[in-house]
Design a binder for this molecule. Structure first.
Ligand code: TXA
Ligand code: MG
Length: 316
């Protein structure tokens, strides 16, 4: 169980920004203002920090997160860039537009950020405090909207505290958000599709593209496990196992030991941080199957079990 803590309110001055950056670099969570909505930020390169984001929001699923970066050069270090990405970024960054592009092999972001997809959402926010924080942290910051799962996105520090006080280290108070609506999301993997309408009006997009985009059918990736491109182990996955059968490798948890263990102490945040990496590593052993210890259906255990059930589902 996480220890309850007092959430600090920080001002976006030199000392507040330094404190916020130090917290993020240490793996803690800091809510920060963007021009769209407040983001719940964690170090995108740190598995445990990203797992804490899902825990703080009480999200029942590992949907992929947006990696926030300070500029185009920082985005190019994470994703496979293209001419079209360049045109869009020149027109709308910093600003309320998110680009989903192929993930670079050397990006170094946690698999929890992409929900283990081969693509990554990146955005340069147009808010001085967000850009100053990104500069000071020097790493991409993963951030969904800073609200508990299923609640309205926050557009002020007070909204953030109403939902997440005691669950995150700090909120950087940059005043109310100017746009107040989430970013427009465009997929370029490689065909251009509108994945979510948002802060960039469709007319402005059409002006840059020379044609209009309509919302891609069934595009809201609320359940990335449903994507065809989503990783599923080659090995058959068997859930709620206490011991492996012949030929199986075992993914342990808590008192149930394994070839690899999600968390020996039964810590669900640690387990989430290890989930994708351990599944890949076990699968790489080419076993006949992967047996998985029982995971409690509480807190982050729901998201872990959701992902494991998808991995275990029959496929053709
Ligand atoms: O304005 C915003 O975009 C705010 C601020 C904080 O930047 N963030 C935000 O994050 O709205 P969130 O987590 O609430 O929504 C991100 C959306 C989700 O619908 C997610 O499925 C989609 O982005 N997404 C992220 N990565 C993706 C990927 N690789 N492929 C497709 N969709 C992706
Ligand atoms: Mg949201």
């Amino acid at each position: 169980m996480p220890i309850p803590r007092i959430t600090e309110t920080l001002r976006p001055d030199a000392s507040g920004l330094a404190r916020a950056a130090a917290l993020v670099r240490a793996g803690d969570l800091v809510a920060f203002p963007t021009e769209t909505v407040y983001g719940l930020g964690g170090d995108a390169t740190d598995d445990l920090a990203v797992a804490r984001i899902f825990a703080a929001k009480d999200r029942p699923r590992f949907n992929p997160l947006i990696a926030h970066v300070a500029d185009v050069a920082a985005a190019q270090r994470l994703v496979v860039w293209s001419d079209l990405a360049d045109r869009l970024a020149a027109a709308f960054w910093p600003g309320p537009m998110t680009l989903v592009l192929p993930l670079r092999a050397d990006a170094g972001v946690s698999a929890l950020v992409t929900a283990d997809l081969p693509t990554l959402a990146v955005r340069v926010p147009a808010h001085p405090a967000a850009l100053a924080l990104l500069d000071a942290v020097g790493r991409p910051i993963a951030a969904p909207s800073a609200n508990p799962s299923g609640r309205i996105s926050p557009t002020s520090a007070a909204h953030v505290l109403a939902g997440l006080s005691g669950r995150i280290a700090a909120v950087l108070d940059g005043g109310p958000c100017a746009v107040g609506l989430e970013s427009t999301i465009l997929g370029l993997t490689p065909d251009l599709v509108l994945l979510r309408a948002g802060g960039v009006p469709s007319e402005a997009l059409a002006n840059v593209l020379g044609y209009s985009l309509t919302l891609h059918q069934g595009s809201a990736i609320t359940a990335p496990g449903q994507l065809a491109s989503h990783y599923a182990p080659d090995a058959r996955v068997r859930l709620d196992a206490l011991t492996p059968h012949a030929g199986e490798v075992m993914l342990g948890f808590g008192p149930v030991p394994g070839t690899l263990t999600l968390s020996a102490t039964g810590d669900l945040t640690e387990a989430a941080a290890h989930l994708f990496r351990h599944l890949h590593a076990l699968d790489a052993m080419s076993p006949q199957g992967i047996a998985v210890a029982p995971i409690p259906e509480t807190g982050l255990g729901r998201a872990i079990n959701d992902r494991l059930r998808r991995a275990a589902a029959p496929r053709n």
